[in-house]
Design a protein around this ligand. Structure first.
Ligand code: ADE
Ligand code: ZN
Length: 330
């Protein structure tokens, strides 16, 4: 089996960030909104750096105004994922963008997203779970409201709680209360760290938020004692190499630390983050990694298993996905 044909498990995908630009332009047209400024002349998302990227991202979400918009978005995104061979995916969802953290509205958005996920499961054979996500630069008060939405909808579809946004805004401990609420509701935890912040940012997320996975985490490579600790404790890193390279965290694929982290037995996984923003897909991530590090299909099979073991899903779902991974080993 070629690397590209391998079934893939993706743990780190922002739903709005995965919106194809044409889809967002279509919504803007329907709603008579002018958002031409967020695209370049070829129609791709245009941004100067990470902080500008966050602004463009938020501007694109302005077009997503109803649960039905999110239903359509979910189908459009899962179609792209399935075309890349993804069979299981977890997506970050933000009550900030889905109804402004109003609980009643949030329930309607979750219902619509879930319906689309069920349809995609039937039609495309891809399974989706949702991770409710705090936007860090919106601050701890909004994070607590977000946690309330998460707690009220926790179940077999909303299975996780996380934090994205500007890693340099505030400290993890400011968000500890929100994460405690989510943990007590049985949600599994992850937080972005070690993308724009260094090793201390990762240490703080682990100590103060008690997360079991770290979004990115790649700047752990600056502190080998931390790398050893991650390996020992089995902390899973949701690594998004194409995102890191597009945003300038590392200058080139060969300079990306994923291979060194893997060699040092850290549990690394591979995801796309916000694929159209970074001109990538899961198939592209696999191709570029194979090329940069001469990884063979054995490495990718191991990464898919690590991802599935770390997935925020129930054991029946894990067993079903495992069967599909094993069928590809035969
Ligand atoms: N939100 C969407 N993509 C993100 C990233 N790469 N880092 C932090 N927040 C994000
Ligand atoms: Zn992310």
């Amino acid at each position: 089996m070629t690397i590209n044909a391998l079934p893939k498990v993706e743990l780190h995908l922002h739903l709005e960030g995965a919106a194809p630009p044409g889809f967002i332009r279509g919504l803007a047209k329907e709603k008579h909104m002018d958002i031409a400024g967020i695209f370049d002349e070829r129609g791709h998302y245009a941004y100067k750096d990470f902080w500008h990227f966050l602004k463009v991202y938020e501007a694109a979400t302005e077009t997503l105004k109803t649960p039905m918009d999110y239903h359509r978005l979910t189908l459009a995104v899962l179609e792209e994922s399935a075309a890349s061979g993804v069979i299981y995916s977890e997506t970050f969802l933000s009550p900030d963008f889905c109804g402004g953290r109003d609980l009643g509205a949030w329930r309607e958005y979750v219902h619509a997203i879930r319906e689309a996920a069920d349809q995609a499961q039937r039609d495309m054979g891809i399974t989706l779970r949702g991770i409710v996500t705090v936007i860090r630069h919106f601050g701890p008060d909004k994070a607590r409201e977000t946690a309330r939405c998460a707690v009220e909808t926790a179940g077999d579809f909303i299975t996780g709680f996380g934090m994205a946004g500007d890693e340099l805004a505030g400290k993890p401990k400011h968000f500890a209360y929100a994460f405690d609420m989510a943990r007590e509701a049985g949600l599994r935890l992850t937080a972005h760290a070690g993308e724009w912040g260094g090793p201390q940012s990762i240490r703080d997320a682990l100590a103060d938020l008690k997360v079991e996975r770290i979004g990115h985490g790649v700047r752990a490579i600056e502190d080998l004692a931390l790398v050893d600790e991650l390996a020992e404790k089995g902390v899973v890193l949701e690594v998004c190499p194409g995102s890191n390279i597009a945003l300038g965290v590392f200058p080139a694929w060969r300079k990306h630390p994923i291979a060194e982290l893997f060699r040092r037995e850290v549990k690394v996984t591979v995801s796309t983050d916000d694929p159209p923003f970074f001109h990538t897909t899961m198939a592209n991530e696999y191709d570029r990694l194979a090329e940069a590090f001469e990884w063979d299909d054995g490495v990718f099979r191991k990464i898919a298993r690590t991802s599935l073991d770390a997935a925020f899903c129930d054991e029946d779902t894990r067993a079903q996905i495992l069967k599909r991974l094993e069928a590809a080993d035969a």
